[in-house]
Write a protein that binds this ligand. Structure first.
Ligand SMILES: [Zn+2]
Length: 60
């Protein structure tokens, strides 16, 4: 079954993890929500851990 699941286009900057929605905009930050099917990112990509650790460090 295919569903039109969208993901916040700005989730990397705005959220700790992808925010999925069926709407055209992110319900949390209002950014455009883009189709998640041809994902332009991979949540498990090898650089994800690096990016997340950088983000955590900036918050300290
Ligand atoms: Zn968002």
């Amino acid at each position: 079954m295919r569903a039109d699941i969208h993901v916040c286009s700005d989730w990397r900057a705005a959220h700790d993890r992808p925010v999925y929605t069926l709407a055209d905009a992110c319900p949390e930050c209002g950014a455009d929500a883009v189709n998640s099917a041809p994902a332009p990112f991979n949540p498990e990509d090898p650089h994800g851990k690096y990016r997340r650790s950088l983000k955590r460090r900036r918050r300290d």
